[in-house]
Design a protein around this ligand. Structure first.
Ligand SMILES: [Zn+2]
Length: 482
């Protein structure tokens, strides 16, 4: 290299722009607060439209959460209270209906959720507030927040991080414009374990000195749960968030307190409570439980009741009608007891993979349940029979049902009883029967194919008034004489 070239290279090195990254969290936070206009923000209301998706209600293990139209979306935040209101008008999206989440939606379904945050509000209920871009900055300002730098997808970002109420780190990704581009954390889910929760913010605009994204995407457990375009943002407007009625608490039965039960037949017990039933069967040397709804608290109560009704026998099998989370949130408790899951073959790998995931963020679980579990699944194809000690359960696949690809019903030929989930339920007393939806129609088609001589139908989502329902009741409710 010539002397002149060397001098030129030296000059370039000396005068090239040097990017100086702040080295402390306080500076990054202050820069972000200034850029976003957070300091002077007391309330915020934003609205738009898009889609939402219901966690844990996928059509099959390979599908994302089912999608719904959000005709209108409005979020009101009061940073002083702090309190939040989330109002949505939702409509059916999937055509034909596919998956759970109370499909099909007929017309508009109004959803209005209010969260008022106090020091005792459970973290899971607070989180949606602190996930908002300005909510994150306000939380970071009052907590012990650390700074790291990370490069993702070629972008170098400052990551502000503090410990959430459940112990998981809440990480806010601040981009080169000092804007919150993503907030990530983890929260316990009864099925998925330490579930990733991600909020993504993009296409920022300015509204009276406040920067806010015009696109918001939330993901829970790797799939979107919200995807909205924001068209109106109003900082510091007077908002009144009404006091919500206290949420109904589905309290786990106090230890020792028996759950409501009904003897369906000799050695067959219906165990009620908490919106979904389980059925315990006495198989002589062991017992079998059908369905594990809710969570591990619910399962602990059902397992205790099963052992009271069918004493001195291990629970060897637990039958899962399908993989929707309201039906399998308590499965891990049975796995920890040593039970094998009986489920449709299409859900086998899903159960083996998801139920084995660690639950480090749930303090109520014991060490066995917290850690990775060895999950065993007995697969069911079109039909599988569990028989012994005078019991006979025929598990039958509901071919072509769009509620869930692996949906099973239990047919008890000796008792002429049929146990089913999410296919049909009686109307509440005095209410008009709902129009026959495609899931019920498929159920009727499968029953025509199977030619079962059904007497009683037992819905897993058992009627609150505990009315006994028969095949004749169902046929009447769907306008058929049989
Ligand atoms: Zn379902």
């Amino acid at each position: 290299m010539s002397c002149r070239l060397m001098l030129r290279a030296l000059a370039l090195m000396l005068f090239a722009p040097v990017v100086v990254y702040p080295q402390d969290a306080a500076t990054v936070l202050a820069d972000a607060q200034r850029a976003m206009g957070s300091d002077a923000l007391h309330t915020l209301e934003y609205s738009g439209s898009g889609h939402d998706f219901v966690l844990g209600q996928a059509y099959s293990a390979d599908h994302p959460w089912p999608k719904f139209i959000v005709q209108s979306y409005r979020r009101s935040l009061d940073f002083h209270a702090p309190a939040s209101r989330d109002q949505r008008v939702r409509r059916q999206f999937e055509t034909p209906p596919r998956g759970g989440g109370m499909q099909p939606v007929s017309g508009d379904r109004i959803q209005d959720q209010i969260a008022r945050i106090t020091p005792v509000t459970p973290w899971a209920q607070q989180l949606d507030f602190w996930l908002t871009p300005h909510g994150f900055l306000k939380a970071a300002a009052t907590r012990s927040t650390t700074l790291t730098w990370r490069t993702e997808a070629g972008k170098r970002m400052a990551v502000l991080s503090f410990a959430g109420g459940n112990g998981a780190q809440v990480e806010g990704f601040i981009n080169a414009d000092n804007l919150v581009e993503q907030v990530r954390t983890r929260i316990d889910n009864p099925v998925l374990g330490d579930m990733p929760v991600i909020a993504q913010y993009s296409d920022y605009r300015e509204y009276d000195g406040v920067r806010f994204p015009t696109r918001i995407v939330h993901l829970n457990g790797d799939h979107p749960v919200l995807d909205v375009a924001i068209t109106e943002v109003r900082p510091n407007v007077a908002i009144v968030i009404p006091r919500s009625a206290p949420a109904p608490v589905t309290a786990p039965a106090a230890s020792g307190a028996a759950l409501p039960t009904e003897k369906l037949a000799d050695g067959i017990h219906l165990i009620l409570g908490a919106g979904a039933a389980s059925i315990a069967f006495d198989f002589g040397r062991y017992s079998v439980v059908m369905e594990a709804p809710g969570n591990e608290q619910r399962s602990a109560a059902v397992i205790a009741e099963t052992k009271r009704l069918i004493p001195g026998k291990p629970i060897r099998y637990v039958i899962a009608t399908h993989h929707h989370f309201d039906h399998i949130g308590g499965l891990r408790s049975y796995v920890a007891e040593g039970a094998t899951i009986v489920a449709h073959e299409s859900n086998r790998r899903y159960f083996e993979r998801e139920l084995a995931k660690p639950h480090t963020l749930n303090p109520s679980l014991d060490a066995v349940q917290k850690g990775p579990l060895k999950v065993a699944v007995l697969p069911v194809g079109d039909r599988r029979v569990l028989a012994g000690a005078g019991q006979r359960i025929e598990l039958l696949h509901m071919r072509g049902n769009m509620h869930n690809a692996g949906l099973l019903i239990a047919w008890l030929p000796v008792q002429k009883m049929l146990i089913q989930a999410d296919l049909w339920g009686p109307a509440a007393p005095g209410a008009a029967p709902a129009p026959v939806n495609t899931y019920t129609q498929n159920f009727l088609d499968n029953l025509d194919r199977l030619k079962l001589d059904v007497d009683r139908i037992v819905p897993i989502h058992y009627p609150a008034d505990r009315q006994v329902t028969t095949m004749a009741d169902m046929m009447r409710s769907v306008g058929r004489t049989r």
